[in-house]
Design a protein around this ligand. Sequence first.
Ligand code: DAK
Length: 259
Amino acid sequence: MSFETINVEINEGIATITLNRPEVLNALNSHVFNELAEAAIRLGGDDTVKVVLITGGPKVFAAGADIKQMVEMTAVDMVLTDKPSHRAFHLLENMPKPVIAVIAGYALGGGLELALTADFRIAADNAQLGLPEIKLGILPGAGGTQRLPRLIGAGLAKELIFTGDFIDAREAYRIGLVNKVVPVDELFTEAEKLAGKLARRGAVALRLAKSAVNEGLRMDLEAGIRYEHQCFSLLFATEDQKEGMRAFIEKRTPQFKGR
Ligand code: DAK
């Protein structure tokens, strides 16, 4: 897959999307959002891809949306240009397979909002995370005021949003913003290890488990539990369910086919 502002590589079922605008700390402009959307569509529909990693490389994740592109924009421009970022983030969040944000260095503003669309976040010990938009006279407008409180609770989210302060990886781990912190030189090995583990799970079960959590969060508890039961029941139509349970009984490792 060839893009200009991102690189996409696929290796043994694990796709890695790497942001590639190092000269501006991977700032996200509409071209990046459009390419992320395209990558999400292609990787989401590619059955050979089991897990997707999103990263900015070992130095920086992304320092936010491109301030130089936004500075002279008007409210009307914003109304007309909200589509690329919202579309890309919606497609990434709803990819029917696990997505892991692999964060080194700064993950700020739209960069952190991008990481919030992933299922998990792994951070290097050099990571700095924050939503500094308030210091620019705006607010997080690419999902930050919505996804962050759902992840870490309203009180902690408001603290980050209202102060614009950065937090380090340890603090991000303490408040549940990232799942794991590792030394920077082990970041990609750890991410690949986790991705490899997920790639060996049944793809249909993973897809429905992700859907049950994501869709369930949009429902009341009773509706969520009914939806969970539909997903659960559907899995009994898969070969993977038979294989998983037989393998347990026969004391062997299951070989899932994703069907
Ligand atoms: N945009 C554009 N350029 C950026 C940038 C950014 N967000 N961040 C860094 N750069 C550029 C710098 O301008 C500099 O370029 P030159 O001056 O060399 O040409 C280069 O990257 C290196 O940056 P620094 O020289 O500043 O590097 P430092 O190590 O000194 O500082 C820093 C690193 C990350 C602390 C600093 O660069 C910084 O504070 N950056 C801005 C962080 C920030 O405020 N981020 C939030 C941006 S607002 C929406 C879509 C998206 C969004 C909202 C709505 N819809 C369409 C509805 C999102 C908004 C945002 O993310």
